[in-house]
Design a protein around this ligand. Structure first.
Ligand code: G6P
Length: 464
């Protein structure tokens, strides 16, 4: 098999399977960001095709060599739904839902991480750079280093890294830290995440941690340096601008407003249906504003896109029930024949439709209780080529570190969130313009290609 000088390892491959068995590039930002890098380096991407038992040979797709990892139905249950999404996900999002610590899940996580590491070791050429992505694969860096000491290994953590008081609950905390310390550079979304990681390493291993890196002692008495640093991820901003400029997408935005009965204000929430997103808190605030008579359905409609996610994990099943009960109650109490309070869509839409929604929305609600970054906030901002619209942004989303001109909210403070919603609805055009221009400047100046460039530069320097 041919070997690549640049290898990305992620839980998911960058392609989705069509109904007719063909492949389509996935719409995500990471995929878009890495596409030019992959093309240039004739890179390889190791990942899971998203279906149980699918056993595929490596294949080439649009200039990238794809190496599919097979997961059995049982491995999906234990490694993906179990340890990744019922242990690590809730623990790292500040235990909004209770993490479950099950030894069979951990065992599967170790086995599957080893399989990813082996496939990456096979795919990488001598001296290659390997970039491991996210919490599903925290053990891969150290496994890969022991198999292939010649490689340069980067790891990027897309979700929060929790404070030590929470992280220390994890029965396998030392193994996870050791796994991550196998990388030359460990990247995080926020400065606070990198700080939490360094603190966990100090507490567990008593290694010296400085801004220039963590000193990891080796068996032969020498040391390795591991850089732990924030590299906030972004979006492919130009592609959102290009879509927002298209006349047919602008016409679609108008049509969306009309089909909602032309309310004075359209508010929008766009999330994976996940308990970290604060969807219930947002619905509560909006429901109370209708109840208080501060808003009516003629004044304001909330469009809530909640795309299906991790549908076999118990906490997600429960959350869906709670949200759908709440939406039904609010709509039942306040809808008229012509207007609805909440247009709820448990669906995923193509990017064109998302941009039309962003253009149709006067107020964007990002109310996450905890979020690594939240790219939806950046997508909304990039799409607002008219410099209008108001972003409400939770201070618990990584994006809050960069998007200082948004209206900041604490989603736990329902009263404060109601005030912020009213302020957004009533905000004069001039103030909207001032804020939106400043938000857009940040997102356009720091797009996803800057993100991958700065990470890969740090990685190249770290190895030298
Ligand atoms: C978050 C994670 C990603 C993950 C995505 C979708 O953004 O950081 O690693 O791929 O959610 O979740 P899923 O479980 O469907 O891959």
């Amino acid at each position: 098999m041919s070997q690549a000088d640049f290898v990305v390892v992620a839980n998911r491959l960058p392609v989705d399977r069509d109904d007719d068995g063909g492949w389509r590039r996935s719409p995500g930002g990471l995929v878009t960001a890495l596409e030019p890098v992959m093309r240039k380096a004739e890179g390889a991407w190791v990942g899971w095709a998203g279906k149980p038992g699918l056993d595929l040979e490596p294949f080439d797709f649009e200039g990238t060599h794809l190496v599919p990892i097979t997961l059995s139905a049982e491995e999906i249950q234990n490694y993906y739904e179990g340890f990744s999404n019922d242990t690590i996900w809730p623990l790292y999002h500040d235990v909004i839902a209770a993490p479950r610590y099950r030894r069979v899940w951990w065992d599967a996580y170790v086995d599957v991480n080893r399989r990813f590491a082996e496939a990456s070791a096979d795919a990488a050429a001598e001296g290659a750079t390997v970039w491991v992505q996210d919490y599903q694969l925290q053990l891969v860096p150290a496994m890969l280093r022991s198999m292939r000491p010649d490689l340069t290994i980067g790891y990027f953590h897309h979700i929060p890294f929790p404070a030590y008081g929470l992280f220390s609950q994890l029965p396998w905390r030392r193994q996870v830290l050791e796994g991550l310390l196998g990388a030359d550079v460990v990247g995080f979304q926020r400065v606070a995440d990198a700080g939490n990681f360094a603190r966990a390493v100090r507490r567990q291993f008593h290694y010296t941690t400085k801004a220039s890196g963590i000193t990891v002692p080796l068996e032969d008495g020498s040391t390795r340096n591991v850089l732990a640093k924030a590299f906030p991820i972004s979006i492919d901003a130009e592609s959102y601008i290009e879509l927002a400029q298209r006349p047919e997408i602008q016409a679609r935005a108008k049509e969306i407003r009309e089909s909602l009965g032309n309310p004075k204000t359209v508010m929008l929430g766009v999330d994976r249906l996940d308990y970290t997103k604060g969807i219930r808190h947002r619905l509560k605030a909006f429901g109370e504003l209708l109840q208080d008579g501060k808003l009516s359905v003629e004044d304001a409609t909330l469009v809530q896109v909640a795309s299906p996610s991790r549908e076999r994990v118990e906490a997600y099943i429960q959350l869906r029930d709670e949200i759908e009960l709440t939406v039904g109650r609010i709509n039942g109490d306040f809808d008229t024949m012509d207007h609805t309070a909440i247009r709820y869509l448990h669906q995923a839409f193509p990017r064109e439709e998302m941009v039309a929604l962003y253009l149709a929305a006067d107020v964007m609600l990002v109310t996450a209780l905890r979020d690594g970054m939240n790219l939806v906030a950046k997508e909304y901002v990039a799409s607002r080529i008219d410099n209008r619209g108001v972003l409400l942004l939770s201070e618990f989303a990584g994006a809050a570190d960069e998007l200082g001109s948004a209206i900041r909210i604490n989603p736990h403070d329902i009263g404060g969130m109601k005030d912020a919603i009213m302020r957004a609805i009533e905000m004069p055009g001039a103030e909207q313009g001032r804020r939106m221009r400043s938000l857009r400047r940040r997102v356009l100046e720091h797009d996803v290609s800057d993100w991958s460039k700065s990470f890969l530069e740090a990685l190249a320097t770290a190895k030298r």
